[in-house]
Each structure stands twice: as structure tokens, then as C-alpha cells.
Design a protein around this ligand. Structure first.
Ligand code: NAP
Ligand code: MG
Length: 411
């Protein structure tokens, strides 16, 4: 399909593009070539985070990518492999590099908001859910920045804090080991938790939805309780009146209780979760709304940086099929909506109405394509039955969106 090049929309500020791995990388290139470059004149600050390049650069490229987002404000990221022992073997890596998402998030700080992509012809598996459940996942610290150790045999494991300025260190015993085992040290900072709380209250107020926060404060009486108290302080000091006026509520509850209540609810709230809880719960919520590929993810940093990505991974199993020349039907919705989210934010920050309009049309074209019945295999399994339903392959799905987008841009 040809587009008149003189109509290309000019994107003033460079976009920080972070490329990734496997099937997500294959789709990423199709999305750029078919849905973006024909319509946009944009400068890309490109960081290639595919695993081979992270290994080659000793993971420097991941840090450079995060720094570029700090320089320009807005970035978009493809899914990347987080190496485990199998991947170290598969790609002959120098070491088991850390999760790039973990590295980037710990540099930018902030909260990851995960929102399901709702389409009319797919009903959530939980029949009571009528509205989207948005997850606000704290993106700093805890197990993602941990220090852990195998304990080879009997001995005493301790936790020590040595204050700056030469005051007495504080010690606590973790365990008197009588045999082998494991230990782990995790941390968070009041500043980061305050940023997390502020981002969640701001988001909920902006969208006029209730905010729920849950943690395991009955068991973790210092660590999780600190999160609870900081949320409480933020609410009492800055939001109590505003929330009342807007007719929305904040409430804290134990995570077990929250999980049970979420399932019984109608949805329509922001559920704030600690880093690990948010990681795990967002996959469950995405799947219940139809597919892992129907969930967007945006990192909002308290310092004013934004990073957009898909919530799913590199779709390894589909990639191996693709390498085998077998046909794949992999869903690019979340990657497309990562780009539209990034472009919309860039357009808003730069006052570029054309770009915002393009981003909106791109998103509409993608959603309407699925609603018209053209979909990938993951969605066909869960979509409302209709004679219009048609499973298409990875590329044809993107082509169908291109066709719709082209029509929208011409009208
Ligand atoms: P995954 O890539 O999310 O895929 C898990 C399964 O979910 C797939 O096998 C597929 O199910 C389904 N799925 C996910 N995305 C889909 C899509 N776009 N279209 C259709 N189906 C989709 O998770 P994984 O297999 O556990 O992890 C693979 C790699 O991704 C790992 O190396 C992991 O480290 C990495 N990862 C990266 C990120 C990130 O960068 N944000 C997040 C999570 C995982 P079927 O096979 O049943 O079709
Ligand atoms: Mg996850």
C-alpha cells in the first residue's frame, strides 16, 4: 500500500526505541515497517537489547537505553529475554545477565500501570468483571534488586546496617543454620514508595476510579507495613478531600482479601501492588481478559519519564515455530499499543496534535480489526462466536490493521 510521503507526520523529538528478542522482535519489525514508518517521519534513538548484543556489550546497552529515556523523556520497549540457565546455554552467554526490565526500572524508578485492552467480542473469563482492572505495579526494589546467597552448611546468617558517620552498626540474626540453605536480602526506599503512592493516587484521581492497595502487612510487620503507612500518609495529607469530591475511594486490605474481592468485583479500579505481586497478578488479570497479548504496560516515573511496552514476553514457543518455517499466529496488539501509547505521550508533551491523532487512530484500527472478527489464534479461542471470525497469521493480522489505519488516515 502506498502512502503519499509528503503527508508524513513529523515527530519533533527523537523516540527512544528499545528492540528485543525472538517472536516479539519479529513482530516489532513488522509493526514499524508496516504501521509506523510509512506514516511518520521520526528520529529514532535505537538501542538493540537482543540478548546477543547485551552479552557483547556486557549489558552496557541496557543502561544506555535507560539513560536515553532520561534524556528524551519517552521510550518504547520490545519484550526481551531474561536469561536463565537454559538461555545461558542456548546463546552461549558470558553470564546470566539481569532482567533488562529490572535494570531499566531501577534506573528510572516509578510505577508500571498495566491495563487490559478491551474488545467488544471478548468477554472476560470472570463473569462479574464489567470494567478493566488496572494494575499499578511498583517498579523499584524488592526481589528484583535482591542479593541472595546459597548457604553451604551450618553457620549464622545475619543482616547488618552500618550507618554513615561511624555510628554503631545494627545487627539481626536471620537464621542459625544447622545445614545448607539459602538467604536473600531485599530493600526499598521511603522515597521510591512515596513516588509509587503518589503515582497511584494521581492516576486513580485522573481516571476517577477507586484505588485499592494490598500487601502482606500481617506477616511482614515492618517491610510491608511501611508501604501501608506511606500510602495512608499520602492519602490523609493530599487526597482525602479530592477523593471525596470525586466520589471515589481509597482502601487498604490484606493481599489475600484483595485477591478474593477482585474476583467478586465488577472491576473498574486501580489495584496498586508491590513489585512481585504486580508481576504475577498482571499475568493472571491479562489472561482472564482474553490473552497475555491483550495487556498494555506503561512505566510512569516520578521524575517525568515514560516507557511503554507489552506485558507479555518474547513468545519463545512461537519463535521456534517461526524459525522452523511453520506458520505462526502471534498477537501483536500489545506491541502496537505500546507504540501508540509512546507516540501519544510524545505528541502530548510536544503539543503535536497530529501525532496524538495518529496514535489514537492506530489504536482504534487495531481494536476494530479484532472486533471485525479478524484475529490471531489466541483470541479466536476466547472470542464470541461469529461467522465473521477468521484466524489469520502473524503478518496478515498486521496487514489487516494497516488497511484500516490507511482508510482512517485518508478520511
Ligand atoms: P511469554 O513470552 O509471555 O509467552 C507465554 C505464552 O503466552 C506463549 O507461549 C503463548 O501461549 C502466550 N502468549 C504470550 N504472548 C503472546 C502473543 N503476543 N500472542 C499469542 N500468544 C501469546 O512468556 P514465556 O514464554 O514465559 O517467556 C519467554 C521469554 O520472554 C523468556 O525468556 C522471558 O524471560 C521473557 N519475558 C520477557 C518479558 C518482557 O520483556 N517484558 C516479560 C515476560 C517474559 P501459547 O504457547 O499457548 O500460544
Ligand atoms: Mg511477569
Amino acid at each position: 500500500m502506498k502512502n503519499n510521503l509528503t503527508n508524513k507526520i513529523n515527530v519533533k523529538t527523537p523516540i527512544v526505541e528499545i528492540d528485543g528478542d525472538e517472536m516479539a522482535r519479529v513482530m516489532w519489525k513488522m509493526v514499524k515497517d508496516k504501521l509506523l514508518f510509512p506514516y511518520l517521519d521520526m528520529n529514532i534513538e535505537y538501542y538493540d537489547l537482543q540478548i546477543e548484543n547485551r552479552d557483547k556489550t556486557n549489558d552496557r546497552v541496557t543502561i544506555d537505553a535507560a539513560n536515553a529515556i532520561m534524556r528524551y523523556g519517552v521510550g518504547v520497549k520490545c519484550a526481551t529475554i531474561t536469561p536463565n540457565a537454559d538461555r545461558v546455554k542456548e546463546y552461549n552467554l558470558k553470564k546470566m545477565w539481569k532482567s533488562p526490565n529490572g535494570t531499566i526500572r531501577s534506573i528510572l524508578d516509578g510505577t508500571v500501570f498495566r491495563k487490559p485492552i478491551l474488545v467488544k467480542n471478548i468477554k472476560p473469563s470472570v463473569s462479574t468483571w464489567k470494567k478493566p482492572i488496572i494494575i499499578g505495579r511498583h517498579a523499584y526494589g524488592d526481589v528484583y534488586n535482591n542479593t541472595e546467597m546459597r548457604i553451604p552448611g551450618p553457620g549464622k546468617a545475619e543482616i547488618t546496617f552500618t550507618p554513615s558517620g561511624g555510628r554503631e552498626p545494627a545487627h539481626k540474626t536471620i537464621k542459625e543454620f544447622t545445614g545448607s540453605g539459602i538467604i536473600q536480602g531485599i530493600h526499598n526506599t521511603d522515597e521510591s514508595i512515596q513516588g509509587f503512592a503518589k503515582a497511584c493516587f494521581t492516576f486513580a484521581f485522573d481516571q476517577k476510579i477507586d484505588l485499592w492497595f494490598s500487601a502482606k502487612d500481617t506477616i511482614s510487620k515492618t517491610y510491608d507495613a511501611r508501604f501501608r503507612d506511606i500510602f495512608e500518609e499520602e492519602y490523609n495529607e493530599k487526597w482525602i478531600e479530592k477523593f471525596k469530591d470525586a466520589g471515589i475511594e481509597y482502601f487498604f486490605t490484606l493481599i489475600d482479601d484483595a485477591v478474593a474481592r477482585v474476583i467478586r468485583s465488577e472491576g473498574g479500579m486501580l489495584w496498586a501492588l508491590k513489585n512481585y505481586d504486580g508481576d504475577v497478578m498482571s499475568d493472571m488479570i491479562a489472561t482472564a481478559y482474553g490473552s497475555l497479548a491483550m495487556m498494555t504496560s506503561a512505566l510512569v516515573s516520578p521524575h517525568g519519564y515514560f516507557e511503554y511496552e507489552a506485558a507479555h514476553g518474547t513468545v519463545q514457543k512461537h519463535y521456534y515455530k517461526h524459525l522452523n518455517n511453520e506458520e505462526t499466529s502471534t498477537n501483536s496488539m500489545a506491541l502496537i499499543l505500546a507504540w501508540s501509547g509512546c507516540l501519544r505521550k510524545r505528541g502530548e508533551l510536544d503539543g503535536e496534535a497530529d501525532l496524538v491523532d495518529f496514535a489514537n487512530k492506530l489504536e482504534e484500527a487495531a481494536i476494530e480489526t479484532v472486533e471485525s472478527g479478524i484475529m490471531t489464534g489466541d483470541l479466536l479461542l476466547v472470542a464470541k462466536e461469529s461467522p465473521n471470525n477468521k484466524k489469520v497469521n502473524t503478518e496478515k493480522f498486521i496487514d489487516a490493521i494497516v488497511e484500516r489505519l490507511h482508510r482512517k488516515l485518508q478520511s
